[in-house]
Ligand binder design. Structure first.
Ligand code: ADP
Length: 300
């Protein structure tokens, strides 16, 4: 029996991709897609050629997050063309294939695997420095498939996204052990939503009124500051949102012997941008910090 023709086709397609990075998380909602998108923008801003592939079949959020809902995928004799959000950043998502974004995708393993295979085989990325793969949460069929399908050409490694909460951290252990089992290097762990950092002037100040109601006193507070201590208006307030007494992801990484890449704070502007489907922040830098990015690139 000869080699599997699908795997041969995938290897051919991936021959023009220098680095393949999987973005994983133990749970949904921790910011895996947000991080995947931000990482892609950050790499593109460094002039790399980047592809962002969303294979979260049951909950593809990349199209909405990047304002690409309803876009049609074009096919040429070279394959499916990604949608370009920057001249050097192409996006492909299972979401582009669904007739209705509200429709739940209830597919069994083989069908999911078939689609992932097709994505890897048929998308015409061209020459890429980085292919960032936004995987579904957990470790299921899709993960085993993508690792298997890419085995011939290799995966550079995985980045695991977590929040500081114990419930999410516990699942990071599962992701790390999955990576060890299937032979994928853990490039590092990112702690997302790690505290809230916000300019003081963006806060709303509330006070309990006479009847227990909440009264907005923001204007009075800011006016008072402006008059008495205007330098305070420059402050950025930082608060731990989750209990940090357990040491968070950094400590866990040390214990497990995997690199800790850094923290990304809860950022209301980032959330707003994603809700509004703005691909990035016009004129502003991405939210993946330089140390996180450097830490990752250095490991490749
Ligand atoms: P996942 O891919 O892990 O399911 P998402 O990336 O879809 O998670 O993020 C879940 C929600 O949290 C989204 O509404 C997103 O905008 C928001 N979010 C993620 N990371 C941050 C952050 N650092 N600051 C603010 N909001 C965030």
């Amino acid at each position: 029996k000869g080699p599997d023709p699908d795997l041969v086709a995938i290897a051919e397609r991936m021959a023009t991709v220098k680095h393949k990075i999987l973005i994983l998380s133990g749970k949904g909602g921790v910011g895996k897609s947000t991080f995947s998108a931000q990482l892609s923008f950050a790499l593109a801003s460094l002039d790399f050629q980047v592809g962002l592939l969303d294979i979260d079949i049951c909950g593809p959020s990349i199209p909405k997050m990047l304002g690409l809902e309803g876009q049609d995928i074009h096919q040429s004799n070279l394959g499916w063309s990604p949608i370009y959000v920057e001249s050097n950043l192409g996006v492909m998502s299972v979401g582009f294939m669904l007739p209705n974004p509200d429709e739940a995708v209830i597919w069994r393993g083989p069908r999911k695997n078939g689609l992932i295979k097709q994505f890897l085989k048929d998308v015409h990325w061209g020459e890429l420095d980085f292919l960032v793969v936004d995987a579904p949460p957990g470790t299921s069929d899709e993960h085993i498939s993508i690792v298997q399908f890419l085995q011939a050409t290799g995966i550079d490694g995985a980045i695991i996204v977590t929040t500081p909460q114990q419930v999410s951290l516990i699942d990071v252990r599962k992701e790390v052990s999955f990576c060890k089992k299937v032979g994928v290097e853990v490039l590092g762990v990112v702690e997302n939503m790690s505290g809230l950092s916000q300019p003081l002037t963006d806060f709303k100040f509330m006070k309990a009124g006479e009847h227990g109601e909440q009264v907005d006193v923001t204007k009075a507070v800011l006016d008072c500051m402006r008059e008495k201590a205007p330098e305070l208006l420059e402050l950025v307030a930082f608060t731990e949102v989750f209990d940090s007494s357990a040491g968070g992801a950094a400590e866990m990484c040390q214990e497990m012997g995997v690199p800790f890449l850094g923290k990304v704070p809860l950022d209301p502007q980032l959330c707003k941008a994603a809700e509004e489907g703005r691909s990035c922040f016009e004129g502003q830098s991405c939210r993946v910090s330089a140390p996180v990015l450097r830490g990752m690139i250095e490991k490749l």
